[in-house]
Design a binder for this molecule. Structure first.
Ligand SMILES: Cc1cc2nc3c(=O)[nH]c(=O)nc-3n(C[C@H](O)[C@H](O)[C@H](O)COP(=O)(O)O)c2cc1C
Length: 315
């Protein structure tokens, strides 16, 4: 069980541990309960839920890469109506918090799903918006376009009622005119209560014998150890340039497999972390991370992890 020093509140979402399970890597809802004790995680983020059920992409759609994992699942999920009918009734019995991830291709898609999820605010305290989907009207990802993101958030904010609204940003802004801090500032201004940084990094691998892309979808998203330093830098940048001043909590995601990875995110400015890829190798990783973080808080002379948020020394 996590110690009291790890209690974490993200914009009204109170959690016993700052370690969460990342969207799409922990099943639709409670499947991980077969292999870990849910009391070890602060929250489970569901698979991204869309307005209609989706089969997702052809296989291969998830691969082990030399430096992590490559996936192009294509948002396979049961759709919001089946999620509410089959999964929501199980939530009350889960000894952890549940955050529902939602995705879509238009503002209407997101609003429709958010409104249905908001009806269950009693057991779903927070929504995480996956904004890494291309806008069917504009072509670019919602998360790469401050204007589209503002419009999306204003609409979802209204639909989501009093639920904590977490916006999960894409690292796709690397190399584009909008820095992730600009995108983050737009998200906060438009109603994001918290930010998850970041989703997978666009990537591709090719089998040199067959000369074919390894993923059926040709390209996909890279996760795991290779993306960790990239995500730490993005958290550092957003914390210093947007979130700290506005008091917006950040959740670090990308390559967390040990307590040191989690501690790095905390020092860069994250109040909580998510574990995704590491769960495939060690589903109980959260327990190790909790134990290591508790010890680290003590050895740093702090009484709570929150005292170390953003405490990287730059002198
Ligand atoms: C197989 C797989 C499926 C994923 N599905 C989703 C998803 O449905 N929605 C989402 O927002 N992120 C999804 N992600 C991204 C993760 O939630 C996480 O942001 C990313 O993998 C980085 O963390 P990690 O390195 O700890 O895995 C997925 C990642 C993987 C590996």
């Amino acid at each position: 069980m996590p110690t009291d020093s790890l209690r974490t509140t993200i914009a009204g979402l109170t959690m016993g541990s700052p370690v969460m399970l990342a969207a799409g890597t922990a099943g639709t809802l409670d499947e991980m309960g077969e292999v870990l004790d849910f009391r070890d995680v602060g929250a489970v983020v569901t698979k991204s839920i869309t307005a209609e059920p989706r089969m997702g992409n052809e296989t291969w759609r998830i691969l082990e890469s030399r430096v992590g994992m490559l996936n192009a699942i294509g948002l396979a999920n049961i759709g919001v109506d089946a999620f509410i009918e089959r999964e929501v009734p199980k939530i009350a019995a889960m000894p952890t918090k549940v955050v529902v991830s939602i995705a879509g291709w238009s503002v209407e898609d997101y609003v429709g799903v958010a409104a249905k999820i908001a009806e269950h605010a009693g057991v779903i305290p927070a929504i995480e918006l996956n904004v890494s989907c291309p806008n069917v009207h504009g072509g670019t990802e919602f998360g790469a376009d401050p204007g589209a993101l503002r419009e999306l958030l204003a609409a979802v904010r209204e639909a989501a009622n009093a639920q904590t609204l977490i916006v999960k940003l894409s690292p796709i802004t690397v190399g584009t005119p909008n820095s992730i801090a600009d995108i983050a500032a737009s998200a906060i201004e438009a109603g994001a209560d918290a930010l998850t940084i970041a989703n997978t990094l666009p990537a591709m691998e090719i089998d040199v014998e067959s000369r074919r892309p390894r993923l059926a979808n040709v390209t996909g998203g890279l996760s795991g150890p290779a993306v960790h330093p990239v995500a730490v830098k993005l958290v550092h940048e957003v914390y210093r340039r947007a979130a700290r001043e506005l008091g917006t909590p950040i959740i670090g995601a990308g390559g967390v497999s040990s307590w040191r990875d989690a501690a790095e995110f905390v020092l860069a400015g994250a109040s909580a972390v998510q574990i995704g890829t590491a769960s495939f190798a060690d589903p109980k990783a959260a327990r190790r991370v909790n134990a290591g973080l508790s010890k680290w808080v003590r050895t740093q002379g702090a009484t709570a992890l929150s005292e170390l948020v953003g405490a990287v020394r730059l002198d």
